[in-house]
Structure formats: C-alpha cells, structure tokens
Design a protein around this ligand. Structure first.
Ligand SMILES: Nc1ncnc2c1ncn2[C@@H]1O[C@H](COP(=O)(O)OP(=O)(O)OP(=O)(O)O)[C@@H](O)[C@H]1O
Ligand SMILES: [Mg+2]
Length: 205
C-alpha cells in the first residue's frame, strides 16, 4: 500500500494501480455525525466525478464507490499538482484560461466544485484535471458559482501571489465561455466586496 496523501478527512493510497480515497473515522466525533460526515462526501464525490465527466470535464475515471467502507476508487493520474508547477510554467496563462473554461462548463452543467484550489487540479501531460469533489454540489444559483470563483481567486492570491492578478484575469477570460458569465461576474463583485468588508471589520484578524 503506497500512501499518496493524507488530508484532514481522508487517506489516499494506491491499490493495484488505482487510487483509493478512504474517508477516515474521527474518534472524537459523535458516531452518527461521523458517519454522515463520511458517507455524504463519499457518495457526492463519486456522483460528481461521473457527472462532470459526462460534460467533458477532465476528471479521474471512477472505478468504485463504497458508502459502507467510505471509499472511492478512481483512476490514478500521473501528473503534477497545478499548485507546484503553475508559477514556473511558461504556459501558466494558458493553463489558467483552461481552468476558467472548464469551470464554466462545470457551472453551466449545474455543478459547483466547492473547493477550487490549485491543489485540487492536476496537470497530466498538457491537460488540466479536476479532483476532490467531496465538497461539491448541484446548484443553478448565481451566488454559488460566484462564491466558487471567489474561492479560486483567494487560492491564487495566497499560493501564487507573484503572478496572481494575471492568472486570475486568465481564469476569467476562460470563464467568459459560460452562458451566465455576466450574471455570475456581477454577483462575484458583490461577493468580493462582502469579503473585503468582513476582513476590514473582523477584529480577530
Ligand atoms: N486521482 C488522483 N490521481 C493522482 N493523484 C491524486 C488523485 N486524487 C488525489 N490525488 C492527490 O492526493 C491529494 C489529496 O487528494 P484530494 O484533494 O482528493 O483529498 P483531500 O484534499 O484530502 O480531500 P478532502 O478535503 O475531501 O479530505 C491531491 O492534492 C493529489 O495530489
Ligand atoms: Mg484536496
């Protein structure tokens, strides 16, 4: 068993060349709550992987979902996290535009990723893949899509601050493809203002 990663909620390992995402039990949580907190993301992740693929999003293929063992078995993608290569890549603008394009397709399909960070995107050869749909959900609300983009902007700002403005601009140029581009952008501006207001008034910061 080769451990690939360990997140707050899960352990990822390789088994027979497949990637297993195993949502681990937390002893300190109430038993039933713990069960729910593992069961729903497990189911959701599997369903969203299948649905996203139907719309042409690059995602790992799903092999198996087990909501008793809380495991999702998927294709292991051999590549790099976008987080690790974006800053040094000559292709960074092109890659971010492609991220924006795929997010537009996801959103137009009524899928919100919920955790759009460059750790949840892999570059395999020259293709960007999306992973980690455990916080994803179905929504047609402009607000949910705007918040998805807001989180992505924040992720770029914190992990890729050197080129962050150009990178996010490239994301939005790819996102233009969305049928709801204007509506989502109008809401996005509001979400951003809300964020800034909160930051300014949060004394704990
Ligand atoms: N299908 C895959 N192929 C290759 N590597 C993967 C794959 N899925 C995940 N990884 C690697 O494991 C890391 C963690 O995976 P993932 O983001 O799904 O889990 P997580 O962040 O712990 O999730 P959660 O927030 O649901 O606990 C990824 O950043 C990536 O490096
Ligand atoms: Mg992740």
């Amino acid at each position: 068993m080769k451990i690939i990663g360990k997140g707050a909620e899960s352990i990822l390992y390789l088994k027979d060349g497949k990637l297993v995402k195993d949502r681990i039990s937390k002893g300190y949580r109430h038993k039933e709550i713990d069960f729910m907190k593992r069961k729903y993301p497990t189911r959701r992740e599997a369903k969203l992987l299948v649905d996203a693929a139907k719309f042409g999003i690059n995602v790992p293929g799903l092999y198996k979902m087990d909501d008793k063992e809380m495991k999702v078995e998927m294709e292991f993608l051999k590549g790099n996290m976008l987080k690790d290569i974006l800053d040094k890549s000559k292709q960074r603008i092109k890659l971010c535009k492609e991220v924006g394009r795929q997010v537009a397709v996801l959103h137009d399909a009524g899928i919100v990723h919920g955790d759009l960070t460059t750790s949840n995107m892999l570059l395999v050869k020259d293709k960007v893949y999306f992973i980690d749909f455990g916080l994803g959900f179905y929504s047609d609300k402009v607000e949910d899509k705007a918040v998805d983009l807001h989180l992505l902007r924040q992720a770029l700002e914190s992990k890729h601050f050197l080129h962050y403005e150009a990178l996010f601009k490239a994301v939005l140029s790819g996102y233009k493809k969305s049928k709801n581009y204007s509506k989502v952008m109008t809401r996005f501006e509001k979400v951003e203002k809300r964020g800034r207001y909160k930051k300014k008034n949060d004394k704990s910061n």
